[in-house]
Design a protein around this ligand. Structure first.
Ligand SMILES: NC(=O)c1ccc[n+]([C@@H]2O[C@H](COP(=O)([O-])OP(=O)(O)OC[C@H]3O[C@@H](n4cnc5c(N)ncnc54)[C@H](O)[C@@H]3O)[C@@H](O)[C@H]2O)c1
Length: 330
């Protein structure tokens, strides 16, 4: 679908984005708000009172402070909503390993509440932010949607459980759900506990880049603007209700090569430092088969990795001091 047609279809819609100050949500909210959508953003209160990622657009969207675990709040704010983009989650694999209860209760209960409130208020579409982590250690690549689900971390198990709930509401209550499975997304504003922002901050501060394992694990990267385009399509395209769709570039990159590319682009003097064991729960290989997204949505990644990395590096160059947060976040 061309940009113009998408903008037309979006104009005037009422949309709820959960976890609106998160990395991907903040880019999604910006796009929606700039294209005539009435956006309500659900944001979990933090004690700093700082609008983490949505400072620039906080006056263009309606902000609701609260927790997606609060069913009565969700029931109130999903009235007259056309689309829910449910992105709120404890989104970090490593954190989930040390905090399984928090992760599972939060991610599963939030999703159940979204479904229940959407059912009560006849929301027209619910889009879920799923993850390729649910595939676990692949038995074949590239990974298509028929690949068995084999979660290796509490985060992945919670995402798989959330999908099961979505599917059950689709079959039981005919709820109009759509399920995405994103491979790794990157770009400005990503949490510092993820590989790309961490490597960039280490590189631009000339600190050693710390890599889990021997760096041979692979990931498939999608720039955040391509992820936003995917979400928009998931929100408005016809004939995708009840479907589950992978999103990725179809190209894999080892973590070691990713780190080397960041070193080159930042002209850094940093060295690579390996700790020689993969974190438990970590998936050794992720490579997406994005054919279904291509066929159903005409979606594919458009941002070349190098350009996406340069954009992200520019963002963190202006925030070099964030390096001081890394020890607390990893
Ligand atoms: N970034 C990726 O590579 C990737 C890949 C696949 C799937 N996903 C999924 O996409 C979504 C967005 O990812 P992200 O990288 O932007 O993560 P993020 O951590 O930056 O954003 C998640 C947001 O949800 C909020 N949140 C968590 N629990 C909440 C609750 N109960 N109520 C309200 N808000 C809550 C957090 O405060 C945070 O702002 C997540 O669901 C994540 O699991 C991300």
């Amino acid at each position: 679908m061309t940009e113009l047609k998408m903008e037309k279809q979006l104009h005037g819609l009422n949309v709820l984005v959960t976890g609106a100050d998160g990395f991907i949500s903040s880019h999604l909210c910006k796009y929606l708000a700039e294209n005539g959508v009435k956006v309500t953003g659900l944001i979990k209160r933090n004690s700093t009172g700082i609008f983490k990622n949505i400072d620039q657009i906080k006056n263009k969207i309606k902000i609701k402070w609260g927790d997606a675990q609060d069913l009565s709040l969700l029931t109130e704010i999903t009235k007259n909503v056309d689309i829910i983009f449910h992105l709120a989650a404890q989104s970090h694999v490593g954190y989930s390993i040390y905090n399984p209860y928090e992760t599972v209760i939060n991610d599963v209960c939030s999703t159940l509440n979204i479904l229940e409130s959407a059912r009560k208020n006849d929301v027209k579409r619910i889009v879920h932010a799923g993850s390729s982590e649910i595939y676990g250690k692949p038995i074949y690549v590239p990974i298509d949607e028929d690949h068995p689900i084999n979660p290796r971390s509490p985060y992945a198990a919670a995402k798989a459980s959330a999908e099961n709930l979505l599917q059950s509401y689709y079959y039981t209550y005919d709820l109009p759900i759509v399920m995405s499975r994103f491979f790794n997304v990157y770009g400005p504003k990503q949490g510092l506990d993820q590989a790309i922002p961490k490597f960039i901050l280490q590189a631009i501060n000339n600190k050693d880049i710390t890599i889990y394992g021997d760096g041979s694990q692979t990931r498939d990267y999608t720039y955040v603007s391509d992820a936003v385009n995917a979400y928009i399509s998931l929100g408005i395209k016809p004939k995708i209700i009840g479907k589950v769709i992978n999103f990725g570039s179809g190209k894999e990159l080892t973590i070691k090569d990713l780190a080397k590319q960041i070193l080159k682009l930042t002209k850094s003097k940093s060295k690579l430092k390996f700790d020689n064991k993969l974190r438990s729960g970590e998936t050794p290989r992720l490579l997406c088969n994005p054919n279904l997204a291509k066929n159903l949505l005409k979606w594919k990644t458009t941002m070349p990795l190098e350009k996406g990395l340069v954009n992200t590096i520019e963002y963190y160059q202006e925030r070099k001091e964030l390096i001081s947060n890394l020890p607390f976040m990893l």
